[in-house]
Design a binder for this molecule. Structure first.
Ligand code: NAD
Length: 443
């Protein structure tokens, strides 16, 4: 089948690559000309395990095309995917300008019937709004063409995006149209062989399903972080509590890790957008507001600990920071807890020597050259002359480090661990002062 994908970010590029991998013909359209040029040369703008070879192979095989020419994208296929960003507006609502820009272009350029498939995370009612928008432009042009707008939210996890798209847990298709449904069933058939993963519903429910899923996951994290705060004060160990509650199959072990807060491009913005939607319809959403408040506070947990240990003035202090990405296996630093921590250290006069296995270019891009940030080539190099080690991301290579080397290299054997990677008793035995999240013993 032929498909055009508008927006080649984390969602659009991965989706395009896996569709091409299955043999479909895919044209990717983006307004970022530099990104498109690099993709044509085989340079992949983001880090996702397995993505680069998949994009390169399918591009070379002639199944995956890149262009900035919107008209080319619109005429290429009947199925047009929208996968552009929906960043938060100032009031927390999802900013639909990019979605509507693509919709507008489709309306101006389409010559035959189209099925527009929205993959971006958008407020309930957006499929209808996009349909109206395109329909309005067609009416202005004085043409009448078949048009369907489907909601097909994306559930991939950054860091495992390729694997998630190859083997999705579910494929939500929000449409009442049998024609659109048949096209999407055919498109997704290669991903739906083992068992039926397709769940059809109306577009509004599909749109809400995406927000509900992210809000539930964010809630689990904030719940655990609230419990971690209690554990700390009560002299209990949240890691023992986590195992204790996870053993109940109604709760389960997934996604109940305490830490220094959730970040990324999705949870913070989607929780905000859902709160905004709720307030627009006169609902309070007190639970969602608390989830957000707990998370904002949690992102400051490590800096509070740092001040308790070193005092409020961090001038003359240097801190080794392991992990900049908001989670492992990605280079994405959007809303990452590391940023809150670094910026608070700088505000208090301290310096940071940071290392991340993938996010160094992103950090350079975000912060540029500054005296109080050194981006180090290895995790060991970041330790040199530092007063303490801080950990913000649970990359695997941080799990079993050379503790003797850490002890020898740091000025003081102090670790502030935002991801509970180590055993507090063992670290204390080795002579470390070890601060973790919600571990009473580390108080
Ligand atoms: P992104 O910022 O990585 O990529 C968006 C791309 O869209 C950029 O390359 C941008 O240049 C392009 N773009 C903007 N306006 C355009 C236009 N008019 N025409 C063509 N291209 C245009 O965003 P992302 O992380 O891929 O997210 C896209 C959407 O998917 C968002 O709504 C997001 O909430 C949702 N989503 C993201 C994830 C994730 O993990 N990143 C997961 C599920 C859903």
């Amino acid at each position: 089948m032929r498909v055009a994908v508008f927006g080649v970010g984390y969602v659009g590029l991965v989706q395009a690559a896996v569709l091409a991998e299955m043999g479909h013909q895919v044209t990717c359209v983006d307004v970022d000309a530099a990104k498109i040029e690099r993709l044509k040369e085989g340079i992949i703008p983001i880090f996702e395990p397995g993505l680069a070879p998949m994009v390169q192979t399918n591009h070379q095989a002639g199944r995956l095309h890149f262009t900035t020419d919107v008209a080319q994208g619109v005429s290429f296929a009947e199925l047009l995917f929208i996968a552009v960003g929906t960043p938060p507006d100032e009031d927390g609502s999802a900013d639909l300008q990019h979605v509507l820009a693509v919709a507008g272009a489709i309306g101006r350029l389409m010559q035959g019937g189209k099925v527009v498939v929205n993959k971006s995370t958008v407020p309930v009612g957006t499929a209808h709004r996009v349909h109206q928008h395109i329909g309005g432009i067609l009416a202005e042009r004085g043409v009448s063409l078949p048009l369907e707008v489907v909601s097909n939210p994306e559930f991939l996890k950054e860091g495992a995006a390729v694997a998630d798209c190859l083997r999705p847990d579910r494929i939500i298709i929000g449409t009442d149209s049998t024609h659109a449904m048949a096209l999407l069933e055919e498109l997704y058939a290669p991903f739906n062989r083992n068992h039926d993963r397709i769940i059809q519903m109306d577009a509004r429910s599909a749109e809400l399903t995406k927000y509900a899923a992210n809000a539930m996951l964010a809630t689990k994290i904030s719940f655990m972080n609230e419990m971690a705060g209690l554990a700390e004060k009560l002299g209990a160990d949240i890691e023992a509590v986590r195992k204790g509650i996870g053993a109940d199959p109604r709760i389960g072990y997934h996604f109940i890790y305490p830490g220094c807060g959730y970040g990324g491009s999705c949870f913070p913005k989607d929780v905000k957008a859902l709160i905004h939607t709720a307030s627009e319809i006169g609902c309070e959403a007190p639970l969602l507001r608390s989830v957000e408040r707990v998370n904002d506070r949690q992102k400051h947990r490590l800096i509070e600990r740092l001040h308790q240990h070193f005092g409020s003035d961090l001038a003359g202090r240097t801190f080794a920071l392991w992990g900049l990405a908001f989670k492992p296996n990605t280079d994405d630093m959007r809303e990452a807890p590391s940023r809150v921590l670094m910026e608070a250290i700088w505000a208090a006069g301290g310096k940071v020597q940071a290392f991340d296995p993938q996010a160094m270019n992103e950090a350079q891009h975000l912060y540029g050259l500054r005296d109080d940030l050194t981006l180090c080539g290895t995790q060991e190099a970041a330790l040199k002359g530092a007063d303490a080690l801080l950990i913000c991301t649970e990359w695997q290579q941080f799990r079993a480090p050379d503790f003797e080397l850490i002890q020898r290299t740091l000025k003081q054997a102090v670790i502030f661990d935002g991801r509970n990677l180590y055993d507090p008793a063992r670290l204390r035995q080795r002579g470390f002062t070890y601060y973790a999240i919600g571990r009473g013993d580390s108080l």
